[in-house]
Write a protein that binds this ligand. Structure first.
Ligand code: SF4
Length: 294
């Protein structure tokens, strides 16, 4: 199931009534209609400069991990109705010892699309084998730079060389057994210091198996994090200058690109404090559910 193509079709179909009717019809005839996103823990092994999670004082917040038993109960309850499962929203799932079992269980319920996001530091041989054997659909690796200097200045505590080594291993292991899955998606959070590296990044990471690239602007929520100097008008202008070239490179490299075609206001795009801005975004990003049914 290619959820990215379906997302595009869904955006074209703007009529809310038609969308809702399709969803209701799907439920009536017994199709899977749930999109599930869940974290299995509440901590990370690195400290990215733009991440609210990295601001959490590990001394005051109790680390929690969902037990395998609890996961199995959730799975039995909702996975038979789930069409798309995303294991991890804001933390690092590979720190969970039984994460491999969680992946295996998910696929036993024949969920059509299973994905998870990671910073890539802990993708070892074992987890690669599990992903390939259970045919996990997608792994999303968050990576924000084409050079060790930029990457490690943003992702404090992460290692660029280890990331490359891990991605190459996954690519090699997939090739050895002729498996297309998991597909590799990269999430690239852009800000002033890494925008100019995006073209080089695509050239380099497409060779390591990147098939999908999402460029996401830095978001600022001043209640937990306030670094307005990280993404400024200068960065916005640079983005607008290179985005055409970025689209061309992705086309040539056969990388599916999800990115804003242009940015008109830094404040509008980065702030999560502005309610009007949030409302507008929500309106433009309506629920995808009706189009990821099987
Ligand atoms: S890897 Fe993800 S969860 Fe961890 S600090 Fe970075 S952005 Fe936050």
């Amino acid at each position: 199931m290619n959820i990215y193509r379906l997302q595009n079709v869904y955006r074209i179909l703007k009529n809310g009534t038609v969308r809702l009717t399709l969803l209701k019809t799907a439920r009536i005839i017994g199709l899977r209609t749930l999109l599930v996103r869940m974290d299995l823990n509440n901590f990370c092994n690195i400290r990215c400069i733009m991440c609210p999670a990295s601001k959490i004082d590990s001394g005051t917040v109790l680390k929690k991990i969902m037990s395998l038993h609890h996961y199995q109960k959730i799975a039995a309850d909702i996975f038979p109705r789930t069409c798309s499962l995303h294991l991890s929203c804001g933390y690092e799932p590979l720190l969970v010892d039984h994460f491999d079992q969680c992946l295996i269980i998910s696929k036993k319920y024949r969920i059509p699309f299973v994905s998870f996001a990671t910073n890539g530091m802990l993708i070892d041989e074992h987890i690669c084998r599990v992903m390939i054997k259970s045919q996990i659909d997608e792994i999303i690796v968050s990576t924000d730079g084409a050079t060790p200097q930029t990457f490690e200045s943003i992702r404090k505590g992460a290692s660029f060389s280890r990331l490359i080594q891990n991605l190459k291993r996954l690519q090699e292991m997939k090739k050895n057994v002729n498996s297309k899955k998991p597909i590799l998606r990269i999430n690239y959070t852009f800000m002033d210091r890494n925008i100019f590296e995006i073209p080089d990044f695509i050239e380099k990471f497409s060779d390591f198996g990147m098939e999908i690239l999402q460029l996401r602007p830095l978001r600022i929520d001043s209640t937990v994090f306030n670094r307005r100097d990280l993404f400024t008008k200068q960065g916005m202008n640079e983005y607008n200058q290179i985005i055409g070239k970025v689209q061309q490179i992705c086309k040539r490299k056969n990388v599916w690109l999800t990115a804003l075609p242009a940015i008109r206001s830094v404040e509008h795009i980065t702030s999560t404090d502005n309610n009007e801005s949030i409302d507008k975004r929500k309106k433009n990003n309506a629920c995808i559910l009706p189009w990821i049914l099987l």
